[in-house]
Design a protein around this ligand. Structure first.
Ligand code: AMP
Ligand code: GLY
Length: 420
């Protein structure tokens, strides 16, 4: 079959890498793609936020299956447009993507289905919000309701920080995304990510992972999109996974169907785990980046079968074949990230690295220029390895990092530390 993947990051490179291994995949196109993706798929220059443009491209290229990588096209209704045109599509409708696009929406769904999460209140009025946090006190969490590219959450350890966050967001610092704010109880515990496919009715867990959001070793410095990840996450034990499915994910999927907006795609549940109990921190409606890199490394070709079963409403009969393995990915970013960074520096050493079912360099922000790979983004590469143990995966990944010649790049040196 002919398959189109939408997106251009490390996540989409990992999805393409896994899909390409399946004998079912004839032609693979990624839009817009990047320099790494171009080595294994065709790249097409389409506006992936434009549903009509995506549909036209699919019709002209006899695409049989569309996989939507990032949240922006989902929130923009690209999966709706594709399905309305009769295309088999992996990814939720715009209505169901509200589970990521609106914090208030998710909280209301949790309340409606009894899913455990932090206590919350929503405000559009600054004075009312400030009065509320003066009662709750700190620590407290202030969130912009809408999509804010990772900048919409302030975990305030002091009242002053919380007040500043409320005033900034309601004052318009994040534009319309911050026109209303959700103020949440601060939850303590260890965070882990749980990935569950849903075809609208049935669910299937496809893996666990732990991300490293801070830029510096030892979880210090500002937040980023994710500086590394590993899978499985030992803190998310089988017992907690079962509980999270039964108390959080399945009730959410049932509630979404009851509302007439069934969720089809991958539900990425961010969980806070404490004393053997999981509570929901947030939902994303797509695979994580860089979590997809470790999940795809472990799933391999079966990823395509699973996404197809999801899109065709056959999850009840699908299953995952798990190997007793571990994967770990180290993100290399441009010096300065997540602040200002330069673009265009040359990355060497990539050609000599192993690329097989246990080693892969996924590209996130690269382009080819005069035959050389150059950095074009903040997060640039995700160096990924699989091993019999997490320690082995870590050692393999950092051995690859050591062979990359990129003086303008940096990475964390401690990915995996919580589990090791
Ligand atoms: P979110 O975008 O909602 O996932 O929030 C980003 C990060 O903020 C999460 O990964 C957590 O580390 C932290 N966070 C969000 N909500 C809470 C909460 N209620 N209590 C503690 N930490 C939180
Ligand atoms: N790595 C976090 C995310 O994809 O949202």
């Amino acid at each position: 079959m002919n398959i189109l993947i939408l997106g251009s990051g490390g996540r989409e490179h990992a999805l393409a890498w896994a899909v390409k291994q399946s004998p079912k995949c004839d032609r693979l196109i990624v839009a817009p793609g990047n320099a790494g993706i171009a080595l294994l798929a065709e790249c097409a220059d389409i506006d992936i936020l434009d549903g009509a443009a995506v549909v036209t491209f699919c019709e002209e290229n006899t695409v049989d299956f569309v996989i939507v990588g990032p949240e922006a096209p989902l929130a923009a209704g690209v999966a709706d447009a594709a399905r309305a045109a009769g295309l088999l599509t992996f990814g939720p409708s715009a209505a169901a993507a509200q589970l990521e696009a609106s914090k208030t929406f998710t909280k209301e769904v949790c309340d409606a289905c009894g899913a455990p999460t932090a206590d919350w209140a929503r405000f559009t009025d600054e004075a009312a919000a400030l009065a509320y946090i003066r009662v709750t006190g700190a620590p407290v969490v202030v969130k912009a309701d809408g999509l804010a590219a990772g900048k919409g959450v302030v975990v305030a350890m002091t009242l002053a920080e919380a007040e500043a966050a409320v005033s900034d967001m309601l004052g318009g610092s994040l534009g319309s995304a911050g026109a209303s704010v959700v103020i949440e109880e601060f939850m303590e515990g260890e965070e882990a990510s749980f990935f569950v496919l849903s075809d609208g009715q049935d669910v299937l867990a496809v893996g666990t992972a732990q991300d490293h959001k801070r830029v510096g070793d030892g979880d210090t410095g500002p937040n980023t999109g994710g500086m590394g990840a590993y899978s499985p996450a030992p803190v998310l034990t089988d017992a907690i996974a079962t509980q999270a499915l039964d108390l959080i994910v399945r009730p959410t999927v049932t509630e979404m169907a009851r509302r007439g907006t069934p969720f089809q795609g991958v539900l990425y549940a961010g969980l806070m785990i404490r004393d053997g109990q999981a509570r929901l921190v947030e939902y994303n409606v797509r695979f994580g980046d860089p979590e997809a890199q470790v999940l795809m490394m472990r799933l391999g070709a079966q990823a395509l079968d699973l996404m197809l079963a999801c899109a065709e409403g056959r999850l009840a009969e699908a299953g995952v074949t798990w190997a007793d393995d571990h994967a770990l990915t180290v993100v290399m970013a441009a010096r300065g990230y997540p602040g200002a960074y330069a673009k265009g520096s040359v990355i060497g050493g990539l050609d000599d690295l192993p690329e097989d079912s246990r080693h892969m360099v996924f590209h996130a922000g690269t382009a080819l220029k005069d035959g050389q790979v150059i950095a074009t983004g903040g997060r640039v590469l995700a160096i990924t390895a699989r091993g019999a143990s997490l320690a082995e995966a870590q050692a393999e990944a950092y051995a690859m990092v050591g062979r990359i010649d990129w003086p303008d790049g940096f990475c964390r040196r401690d990915i995996g530390w919580r589990a090791l």
